[in-house]
Design a protein around this ligand. Structure first.
Ligand code: ATP
Ligand code: MG
Length: 183
């Protein structure tokens, strides 16, 4: 699956609507310290279902909402939309009938997160599974945070195995088996 564009609104420092078109061959985002480069990657993780505040460098999930500055008030919501180019029909069967897939995550203060996949309400689980099968996703080894390499080296065998399973694209299968066993 190919990322096509990322739209942010009220997410961290991206208080105004921002539309990032991810063109073929994009290899880097450059800018001065604090301009929001890491926030962009966090938005990508977040819309794919990341639910650990620490992975978003925050204490609580609502810390992703624009917190306000001396000149601008805080926001009540943050919303990120990820559009996936599905012209090659590589998406899981449940959403594989369209050329593009829009995933929207919105968080409202005191009301938590809501997701939509192509305009339909979805659960966090649905979004996470969509990416788990494609070996991308919030915990994907394709997204390497600062400090993550040393974490991998120092990891216990069990957690290192989880990272390898994620890379091999089989963690979606494990998650489904776990759900089936609970039913
Ligand atoms: P560096 O080059 O140092 O890695 P960067 O381009 O990766 O910098 P980020 O870490 O993405 O920068 O952005 C940090 C900025 O985002 C800081 O100015 C911080 O105040 C701002 N920021 C983070 N969370 C919020 C929030 N909830 N509301 C408003 N601003 C925020
Ligand atoms: Mg950074």
């Amino acid at each position: 699956m190919k990322f096509d564009r990322l739209r942010l609104n009220g997410f961290k420092s991206f208080v105004d609507p921002t539309d990032l078109v991810i063109r073929e061959g994009l290899t880097g985002v450059v800018g001065p310290n604090g301009c929001g480069k890491s926030n962009l990657l966090e938005a990508l993780r977040w819309v794919m279902g990341e639910n650990r505040p620490t992975a978003m460098r925050g204490e609580g999930m609502e810390d992703v909402i624009f917190a306000g500055t001396s000149r601008r008030g805080a926001r009540a919501h943050a919303e990120v939309t990820l559009t996936i180019d599905n012209r090659e029909r590589l998406a899981p069967a449940s959403v594989n009938d369209a050329d593009g897939i829009d995933i929207v995550r919105r968080i409202t203060r005191d009301a938590g997160s809501a997701y939509r996949i192509n305009g339909k309400d979805a659960r966090a689980r649905d979004v996470q599974m969509l990416f788990a099968d494609a070996s991308t996703g919030a915990h994907s080894p394709a997204l390497v945070r600062q400090g993550q390499i040393s974490e991998l080296i120092n990891a216990r065998p069990k957690s290192r195995r989880r990272i390898l399973e994620e890379a091999a694209g089989i963690s979606g299968l494990y998650a489904r088996r776990h759900e089936a066993e609970l039913k």
